[in-house]
Design a protein around this ligand. Sequence first.
Ligand SMILES: C[S@@+](CC[C@H](N)C(=O)[O-])C[C@H]1O[C@@H](n2cnc3c(N)ncnc32)[C@H](O)[C@@H]1O
Length: 346
Amino acid sequence: MTDAPTAPAPARADPSGSASDPEVGQRRLLPWRRAPFPAPWSAWFGREAPLHLEIGFGDGRFTVARAEAEPEHDFVGIEASGVSARRALGKVRAAGLGNVRLVKAGAQAAVRNLFGPGTLASVTVNFPDPWPKTRHEGNRLLRMPFLGTLAERLAPGGEIRLATDHEAYFAYATEQVRACGLYEVELRDPPPEVHRTKYALKWLAQGKGVHYAAYVRNDRPAPVLAPVRRPDRMPHALLHGRLPDAPSFEKTVLEVEGGHVILHEAMRAVAGDRGRDRLLVRVTVDEPDLIQQLLVAVQRREGNEHIVRLESFGDPIVTPAVRGAVHGVTEWLHAQGGWTVAARNY
Ligand SMILES: C[S@@+](CC[C@H](N)C(=O)[O-])C[C@H]1O[C@@H](n2cnc3c(N)ncnc32)[C@H](O)[C@@H]1O
């Protein structure tokens, strides 16, 4: 297995990602937004092997220990924190492991998009953030509907393995698991390496015990939440007009299909290589389980024709709400006066 290439990935014409970029899967810290959905794990690992997922791997020491102990298996770790992902990447590199890929992402969006039905042998969650206050329970990882998505991605007989110091979290997750009816609960002793994660050591030093269970997939059908379907054609609009030197702009929140869009600011830019004037609008697209920060460009083409389209910056995933962002910028420009819309393709 090769190490992560040092050269940056080539610029992409298609910000929606494509199945044809072989470099994506060779990087140990995956640029997952550019991956095909679901991801071709067997092709990336170069073999058919049991595939295990760890969510919230922290500094990665458990991931590395497991991947070293089970070289015939493949391991994917998902972690929301960039600092932790970077630390874990250092460990994976230092260990020279080819059977590990790391993903810096929120687990809900990454699991939905990166794994096909029945493809995971196990899902490990060690010491998830407990969110102890009742009003924050909704932030807990192991709850419906995510348990349903995990059930659909697990292979028959596959299991979620939970370790936590937090009794209330343990009771909550187990109750959610029982209520969804897709797993059998098995209380077990944790394997020794669970006691050696950064957080395990912290809690054990404080005299806390570890609660451990396996939630084993039964044969009841799980709800299907398919990966996001990215369009073949990038959303765009064509307008005729003249870009204002100092655009008037107010932060705007728009309700769109699947979520909402915030237009934060508009900036004039000059694209040096092409010598064409552009205006960039910084946008947040907020959908359940997926928040994306992106740029929508208004780019001059011929004469006074301009195209409104998504920039590849940030590797956006083109969802219905992202199409709504292109629509929002088109409408904002139109409302400036002096613009006519020639085509809306979103
Ligand atoms: C308490 S730490 C435990 C870290 C590690 N498992 C250990 O035992 O040392 C919880 C970890 O889960 C990560 N996390 C929280 N929510 C997440 C999510 N939705 N997706 C991925 N990672 C998440 C946090 O960034 C943090 O690193």
